[in-house]
Design a protein around this ligand. Sequence first.
Ligand code: PLP
Length: 435
Amino acid sequence: MNTGSKPDISRTKSAELYEKSKTYFPGGVNSPVRAFKSVYGTPLFIEKGDGCYIWDADGNQFIDFCGSWGPLILGHNHPKIREKVTEVMQNGMSFGAPTALENELAELIIKNNRFVEKIRFTSSGTEAVMSAIRLARGFTGRDKILKFEGCYHGHSDSLLVKAGSGLVTFGETSSAGVPKSFAEETIVIPLNDKTAIEQAFTQFKDQIAAVIIEGIPANNGLIIQDEEYIKFLRKICTDHGSLLIFDEVITGFRVGFEGAAAHYDITPDIVTYGKIIGGGLPVGMYGASAEIMAHISPDGGVYQAGTLSGNPVAMAAGIATLTELNKSGFYKDLNAKAQEFVASIQRFATARNYKFKVFTIGSIFWFAFTDKDKIQSADDIDAGSMEKFKIMHRELLNRGIYLGPSGYEVGFVSSAHTKIELEKAKRAIFEALDL
Ligand code: PLP
């Protein structure tokens, strides 16, 4: 039943805060997508979060499916994380010296993850990936990196590049301030295209240090690759002495404790994590075999450091989070709940013949206004359909549902979403689709 558009929620206080923030920060924000440029209205200034709910400065309450862009797999303000962080903070917040907490988090990761023997903590996903690239170059003695169009790996210079036209291209920078010569070390090809990668290896024989891919590409919609294609990547890297880097900043500890690598049963040479391992505090990490990691300073010649790397408060949040995730049945329950949620949305849309697909894996979902059954490369996405997302986003906010403010962003279900909230969200989504 078409219930019509809902009146807009009040954004008076958010609007006031935004006016002020614009005097302090470019675009009023400290990370661009927060500025709501791709959706309607003023960005909402969030005041608090608890469980699967967030509240903005005007007192509006939302069921949150953004989860701080992925880290909050346990929901907001989880008591176990809050208690551990509060306990650790009583002893001081940073020493710039080793602490037992780093060992504790490392042990949780390494003992339960077959893909890393040694790791290094950083303070963000960007730093983790940037360092992994440097390690790959240092290890192989080669300079070029191959990445895929539609994969995001943070904002370091060599990765802020996108493809031009043609099968194999050198990257064009996607940001002012990135020297052309840096971008020239980055080869960009489309996802899901074997010929393009074969051609790249023919053309740049013995020059490619690493192929980097998001474990499951989730930054430009959710572009799920076939296992066979990922296995092909593994083989071509091995055949050419190039390293395969899985950027699991989103998928790590999200699709399972061992991320996309375990999902595909593929062993990457280097893995990067972020988001969830910090439980909402700033942490990133890269890891590999002991042999590869021996190249990192002070053991080896690849320099990488950080004033706040391994910060005790952030480690505490990570320990509390991963301890919960490591409990038997955690992912089975979360993924089953999320899959039931998205399946019923898809059933609703299909029954009404709407041009709408929910692409999903584990507790990640992406709403796409398309009738394609598969989206496997950036080119498969119809940019024009984003107008429909824009309307849906506003209608959902007006019904108390918070999605990331762009149609290219995925959503996340957390363990804090109960059947009650998922039912409520479903009803709101049905209404928005019916408009
Ligand atoms: N890699 C992937 C796959 C990401 O999704 C992100 C951020 O969204 C990053 C790297 C960069 O992480 P951060 O924003 O913590 O620097």
